[in-house]
Structure formats: structure tokens, C-alpha cells
Design a protein around this ligand. Sequence first.
Ligand code: DMJ
Length: 677
Amino acid sequence: MGIVHNIENLTAVLSTAVTVPLVLDYTGCTSNLTLNAEYKGCVTDMHPPSRQDYISISLAGQGTYNNGKQWRRQSCWRKWKQLSRLQRSLILLFLFMCGIASYPAVTEHLRGLTDGERSTESNSVLRPIFPQVLPEPVKPLPEQSSQKELSNKRGPPILQNRLQKKGNGTVTVEEKKEKGEEEGVISWRGALVDTDKDTVEAKDGESKDHLLANHKSGSSNQSEASLLEAVKDAFRHAWQGYKDFAWGHDELRPLSKSYSEWFGLGLTLIDALDTMWILGLKEEFEEARTWVATELTFNKNVDVNLFESTIRILGGLLSTYHLTGDTMFLDKAKDIGSRLMPAFNTPSKIPYSDVNIGKGTAHPPRWTSDSTVAEVTSIQLEFRELSRLTQDPQYQDAVAEVMKQVHKLDGKLDGLVPMFINTNNGQFTHQGIFTLGARADSYYEYLLKQWIQGGKKEDQLLEDYVQAIEGVKKNLLQKSSPNGLTFVGELSHGQFSPKMDHLVCFLPGTLALGAHHGLPADHMDLAKQLMETCYQMYIQMETGLSPEIVHFNMHEGSIRDIDVKLADRHNLLRPETVESLFYLYRFTKDHKYQDWGWNILQNFNKYTKVSSGGYTSINNVRDPDYTSPRDKMESFFLGETLKYLYLLFSDDPSSISLDEYVFNTEAHPLPIWPSTA
Ligand code: DMJ
């Protein structure tokens, strides 16, 4: 705004002091002045040339340009020479101001290009300075006074409500409305949701209370039912693709109408079992149950990853057993559980990453004797539950030993753990790097969840968890610029990096769960702030879907909060954000979290749904016209993403009560142990 005012002042000075007809071929200064795209000159647009002594600056395309270049040059020069020194100085000053005004936009544009926007085909034409879909204004959360102050101080970024329409110049939301171009979709509350990703609140300028009032005045039951039905539709569509082209195999490849194998164990089918049960899809469930009972065998000469098969297969079978009471699932769980045990036969008792479930042998990856910290510390819920059910302590003992060792290890930073641990000597390796993303994430999640699962008695788990959260606050938490989004970055040998994986978006949900179970209230405050950030990671992208990794801007004067590198633009249909939305909604009943989940579901439908069945992960969340599908539907889309969306839209807190169940890291609910256990 300051620049605009300066230009206006300058214009006022010029308009009274100068009497010059001037023709300049000038193309700068529009975007930062927030003037209309139909631009005839910085000055004339602001003050109509009613006075004769007004300077008229015209742009290319006006009649003055009918003559030859030579004439134009001479004519300009002649006119320039006719000006007094004062007039020339004023004009030069004016041009200098325009140059200054356009400088941040130009540099920002260049910075955007270094983000990796240079090399894709779709980006061979320079992008507009402002992204096609601009962030909704970050509204301060009512509970967070500090964020409110920050937000007020900085104000919303100029132009943030502007939308870019392809080949048509920028079009504001208001202009779009005037033209009747509201290409939105109707939200489940009956309000228009702009498909270009402004939220309901931002789009309609209505307060959240007003929207809620609308919702309440309608049939809330019906609305809930239609929400739940939308998730069921998505599930049925995904399932149909799996059934038609990948039945009994690990993952659907929806575009090539085929499948891919990872372990060759019907991974998607097993991961989806309890989701079908929770969604009430009985027919689909029965078909799948028949396959598990008659076709699934673990007596196979295959290498499986200990962590992945524990959280997806063992976890999926155990939770389905609990939900259904069908002992066939328990028998299968015992079978896979016992076949995974050779992984713990290592010099240190820290398990290897891979097990051959047919041969009973285990080994680390070919290139290292290390295991991943998150992997060896995120199998505990499942093995502990298996021991409880079988009354065989070997499973629990094996995973408890891992926790005991990790608890004592050197190399942590304020409760934060490195990413690798050696299976020979049991020590952390690659020390000094700390993240809440890949390779460390669910270590923190399982500290809390084991404590909850065991009836809140295992103090050491709680202490490690609380200390780690303090470690996050102290070492990894920062705010972005310009909007002050709270994010969790990474630390590498003391150097902070503002990089955040989408995987980190499990954290708001875990923090909220902890607060629900009696941990400090500021965990909930942080959960809400991080939830907002995770949602912004979706809504600020052109497809409304989050990339795999983002980088936050921290320097003063940044134009946008979030940058995405070329290699990080993919979306794998991951669950973490909708998982956290589920927890936040359960505990706060704030409908905005449902709204956000609804927007995300719609964008999955818009950009990842494959018409012949299934959903696909995509390579590029930044170009709605070129999402570059990957031809793969991950099993966690059915196991987690759709399950959490369904539970988010359910207003029945007894549907998987969080006082009775704890979800494993693959969204399979396992019971909280009764206090006598
Ligand atoms: C899932 O397998 C689990 O949620 C795991 O903890 C992290 N990765 C995927 C989902 O993104």
C-alpha cells in the first residue's frame, strides 16, 4: 500500500505541476500498483485527464504508434527536449518510482523460477508473478492471541484474493462473481466452495458463525448422511478399480488397469478391511473376507519390510478381528506375527528391516546394516496387542526391548531422535539430523499411543513423548513469512532448514490426542496452529492438494509462505492431514475442520479419480492441467485417507471412540487395554 500511496502522491504533484503531452512505451508497474489489467498508464488510470496540463503516459497499442520507428524516435526525442529540466527530473523520478515498485515482484518471480519452475514443459512460458491460486487470508484462530497479533501487524498479502485466469489476465474473486463465472461446487453446507480453492469463508465473506447458522437451520442429519455417502462413493470407486484390475494383489495401477506387487500379499485388500467395516460396506467386506479366508497365505518365499507389513497387515488383521469378533482374522494375525519375529534376531536386538516370511530369515537392506528409527519404534502397538491376545509375551518383549534401548541412547537432542540406528551395535547413526518427517515421524506418535494403549501407566513413554514435544518447540518450530504460519522444520548439525514433509501433518492430531488424554493444554494450541499450516499446504496449491514436501519462507518481505521444489510436487494420496482433521474435529467440534476435509476430498475427486475405477497418485500438484498421474493407488488411501475422512464427517463420537481405541500409524484401531490387563 505504501508504494501505491507514493505513486498517487507523485501523480498529484505531476498533475498540478506539469503540462506535457508525453508518449512512453512503458510496461512496468502494473501488478504492484493493483491497478486494472486494462492499463493505459500508471497516471491516467488514477486521475482522469480532465486537465490540460496532465501528463498522459500511453502504452503500446495506442494510435500514436502508427508511424515508423524513426519518426517515433525523433518525435519522442523532440518532445523530451522541449521539456524543462524540472519536468524531465520529475518524469525520471516517476519512472524510477515505478521501477522500485516493480522490483519485488520481479525478484519474487525470479525466485519462483529457481524453485524448479523452469524445466517442465508446462512452465516453458513464464508464470505470472502471483500464483494462479492465491492463498486465502490466514485468519487468526480465536484462541491464539499471539498469532492474532502477528496477523494484524502484517496484514494479508496484497492481491491474495486475486485469481489468475488462463490467458485472460488476472481476475479477482469479485470480478468473477460479477461476470457470473462462479465455477465452484456446492459445499455440503449449501455454500459455494470455489474450486479455485478459496475457502467458503474467504469466498463469500461470511463469518464462520453465519455458515454454521445456515448449517444448523438445515437438516444436519441429512447433511451428515450425505457427507458420509460421499466418502462411501469414493471408497466404492476405489474398490471397484481394485476389484476389476488388481484383485488379490498389492496395489492397483488404475491407468494401466493392472497392479503392482510389493510383498504379494493382497496389501490393499487387507489394509481396507476395517475401513469397509466402519463404512458399513458389508457386501464388499464379505467378498474380501472370503479372499482372506481362502486365498491369503503367508507361507511364501517373499521378503517383506517388517514395519510396513506390521502396520498394514498385522495391524489390519488385528483391528478387523476386534471390530468383527471373527477369529479367522486373529488366526491370520498370529500367523504373520510369528513369521515376522526372525527380524529381531540381530546382535543388538534392534530388528532388521526385512524378513523372508517363508524362510524365516531376516536381513538389513543390501547397502547398510542400519534400520530406520521410525520403523523399529512403530511396530510396538501391534506386537503388544498380539501378546495380549495370545498370552504369549515374546512379541511384547521383543518390541519393548527396542524401546528400552532407544530410551537410553546417546545422540538425542532434547528428546529428538536421529533417523537411523545400527542393528549390530544398537547405536544411532547419521547423528545430528533431526526431523519429524520421514524416518522419525511415528517414533513420536508411538510414544504417546503406547502410553495410551497401556492405560497410561508406562511413565517412561510419557516422559519421552513430553520431552520430545518440548524439543520440537525449542529446536524445530518456526513461523513463516508473510503470514506467520507455524511449521516444523528440520535441523542438520545445528543448521535449521524450513523444510516440512507432508508426513509431519500427523503431528496436530497426535498433539490433540495427547491433550485429550490429559497432557498440557498448550499441546492443543500448537495442534491447532499446525493444523492450519497443514491445510494451507493444500489450499495454496493450484490443485488444492498438498505436495509431498514444502519449504517455508522465513525472510521478511516474502510474498508467499510456501515454496515447492520441482522434485517435491507429487501427492501420494497420503492421509496425515485428514487424519489430524479428524482428531481436531472430534475434540473441538469446530466445523471448519470438516469444511477443510470436504475441500480436500473434492480435490482428490477432481484431480486423482480415474474414471475406469480407482484413484491415482499424481506428480504435480501445481498444475491442474498437467497433474501427471503416477498410475498407482497406495493401499493407505483405502486404509487411512478415506477412513479418516469418513470418521471426520461422522458426528457419532462412539464410532471408534478415542477413549476406547487407539489408531495404529496405518489407521487401524486397536483397543485401549482395560485397566486390569
Ligand atoms: C502410512 O503407511 C503410515 O501412515 C505411515 O506411518 C506413514 N506413511 C504412510 C502414509 O503416508
